[in-house]
Ligand binder design. Structure first.
Ligand SMILES: O=C(O)CCC(=O)C(=O)O
Ligand SMILES: [Fe+2]
Length: 147
C-alpha cells in the first residue's frame, strides 16, 4: 500500500520494510526525497508530531511517504508508539525558559488526532502558541505555567 506524504501523529513509529524499497523521507531543507533502502534486520525509527511538541521543536518530525510498484510486493510493518490518549502532552519543562519559550500548547493525543484529521499538515500550526500567550505563560523565575 502506498502512502501520501505525511508526518506521523505519534511520539515515534518503529518500522520494518521488506526487501522492496518504497519509504522516502523529505530532506529537512525540503530539497528532495531520500529513499530509505531496506536493510536486513534493520528497523527505521520515525519521530512523530508529539515528539516534536515534547522536544519544543528541537526534534524534527520528518515528512515521509511510501510508494509501491507494479512488479514487486512490498510489505511494511509499523508499530505506532504514543502516550495514553488522555494524557496532556506539552514541551518538557526542562526544555523551556524565558529564552526558549514553549512553542505549543498542551494537547492530548486524542485531541491532536482530531485536529490532525481536520488540518493535516497544518495541525501543529493550530496548536502553536502566539507570542503574547507565551509571554503570559512564562513566569519571572523561568518556570512555565500552562493549565
Ligand atoms: O510503509 C511505509 O514504509 C510507511 C508507512 C507509514 O508511513 C505509516 O504507517 O505511517
Ligand atoms: Fe508514517
Amino acid at each position: 500500500m502506498g502512502m501520501a506524504a505525511h508526518t506521523d501523529s505519534t511520539i515515534l513509529n518503529i518500522l520494518h520494510q521488506s526487501n522492496t524499497s518504497g519509504l522516502q523521507v523529505l530532506r529537512g531543507d525540503n530539497t528532495g526525497w531520500i529513499t530509505v533502502q531496506p536493510y536486513p534486520g534493520a528497523l527505521v525509527i520515525l519521530l512523530g508530531d508529539l515528539m516534536h511538541i515534547l522536544s519544543n521543536g528541537s526534534y524534527l518530525n520528518p515528512f515521509h511517504r511510501a510508494f509501491v510498484n507494479q512488479t514487486q510486493h512490498r510489505l511494511s510493518i509499523v508499530y505506532l508508539h504514543g502516550p495514553p490518549s488522555s494524557v496532556k502532552i506539552s514541551p518538557l519543562l526542562q526544555l523551556v525558559s524565558h529564552h526558549n519559550p514553549p512553542l505549543y500548547r498542551p494537547v492530548t493525543w486524542s485531541e491532536y488526532l482530531g485536529i490532525k484529521a481536520q488540518y493535516f499538515d497544518k495541525a501543529l500550526t493550530t496548536i502553536r502558541l502566539r507570542n503574547e500567550f507565551i509571554d503570559a505563560a512564562v513566569d519571572d523565575d523561568d518556570s512555565v505555567k500552562i493549565d
